[in-house]
Write a protein that binds this ligand. Structure first.
Ligand SMILES: Nc1ncnc2c1ncn2[C@@H]1O[C@H](COP(=O)(O)OP(=O)(O)OP(=O)(O)O)[C@@H](O)[C@H]1O
Ligand SMILES: [Mg+2]
Length: 260
C-alpha cells in the first residue's frame, strides 16, 4: 500500500502585507492524524498561517500541500481548479478566532449550515447531527437562540460544533480556549482528543496555553516574528530546551521573545 501523504506540508511559505513581513520561509511536515499546537505571541502570523492553509489567503511564495496536493498551484479563476478548491474546503473544518457565526441565523442553523451546503442529508438527520455536536460542546436548549443572545464562550463552542459538523479530515482551530473558563477549556480539549481518536482527524490548534499544548499536542510549533522557531513532536520540543520555547512554558518576560 502506498504511504499516506502528510496532512499538511509547508515549503518555505512567505507572506507580507506591504513592508510588514508576516511569514518568513515557514516549512513543516505534519503527518496525518496528528495534533499540532502552534504557540506564539500576539501578532506573529498564526492566524495568517491558518488562512493560507485553508486557501483564504495566498502566500507570496512557497508551497502548501494538503494531503499531497499543491493548493498554491490552484487558481480560482480556472473552472477545473474551482472544483478542486471546493473539494479541498470540504476537507477542512475551521474555527475562526472570533467565532465568525452568521449573526442572522439561529444557533441550530449555524451548525447545520455546512451540512446543508455539502451533504445530501434529510432535515431529520441534520437535526440529529446538530443536537449531537451541540451536546458534545456542552450546550443544551440553545438551538433557537440567536448568536447575540449567547456569551462569548458559548459562541465559541457553537463555532466549534459548526467546524466539526462535517467530520472533516483536518480541523483548524484558532484559539479555541480563549474566553473559556478552565473547566470548559478542558472539556473542549477532551473533545478534540476524542474526535482525533474516533475519526483520526488531524488538528492544528493555535493557542497561548502551554497546559493545552502539554495535554493535547502530538506536535508543537512556536512561531515568533513570522519565523517558525521550533517545530517537532511534543517530546522533541519539550526536551529541546530552546530559549524561546522555555520562555513560553515558563511564562517569563526574560528571553528572546520581547513585547516591543
Ligand atoms: N488582511 C490583512 N491585511 C494586512 N495586514 C494583515 C492582514 N491580516 C493580518 N495582518 C497583519 O499580519 C500580522 C500577523 O497577524 P495575525 O492575525 O496572523 O497574528 P496572530 O499571531 O494571529 O496574533 P493573535 O495572537 O493576536 O491573534 C499583524 O501585523 C497583522 O496586522
Ligand atoms: Mg490570531
Amino acid at each position: 500500500m502506498a504511504e499516506q501523504a502528510p496532512a499538511i506540508t509547508l515549503e518555505r511559505v512567505c507572506k507580507s502585507f506591504g513592508p510588514n513581513r508576516v511569514l518568513h520561509e515557514v516549512s513543516l511536515v505534519l503527518p496525518a492524524g496528528k495534533i499540532l499546537v502552534m504557540l506564539g505571541p500576539s501578532g506573529t502570523g498564526k492566524s495568517v498561517l491558518l488562512r493560507c492553509l485553508v486557501g483564504l489567503m495566498k502566500p507570496d511564495s512557497g508551497r502548501i500541500f494538503i494531503e499531497g496536493e499543491d493548493i498554491t498551484a490552484l487558481d480560482e479563476r480556472r473552472s477545473a481548479d474551482r472544483d478542486k478548491l471546493f473539494a479541498l474546503r470540504r476537507k477542512f473544518g475551521m474555527l475562526f478566532q472570533d467565532g465568525a457565526l452568521f449573526d442572522d441565523m439561529c444557533v441550530g442553523d449555524n451548525v447545520a449550515f455546512p451540512l446543508r451546503q455539502h451533504e445530501k442529508m434529510s432535515e431529520t438527520e441534520i437535526a440529529q447531527r446538530v443536537k449531537e455536536y451541540l451536546d458534545a460542546v456542552g450546550l443544551k436548549d440553545v438551538q433557537r437562540k440567536m448568536p447575540a443572545e449567547l456569551s462569548g464562550g458559548m459562541r465559541k463552542r457553537v463555532a466549534f460544533a459548526r467546524a466539526i459538523a462535517l467530520q472533516p479530515r483536518i480541523v483548524l482551530c484558532d484559539e479555541p480556549s480563549s474566553g473559556l473558563d478552565p473547566v470548559m477549556s478542558a472539556t473542549l480539549d477532551d473533545l478534540i482528543l476524542d474526535l482525533h481518536r474516533r475519526y483520526n482527524m488531524t488538528f492544528v490548534v493555535i493557542s497561548h496555553d502551554t497546559a493545552e499544548a502539554r495535554t493535547i499536542a502530538s506536535h508543537i510549533g512556536l512561531l515568533y516574528k513570522g519565523v517558525l522557531q521550533t517545530f517537532g513532536t511534543k517530546e522533541q520540543v519539550l526536551r529541546s530546551n530552546g530559549e524561546a520555547i522555555n520562555q513560553f512554558f515558563d511564562r517569563s518576560t526574560k528571553g528572546p521573545i520581547q513585547v516591543l
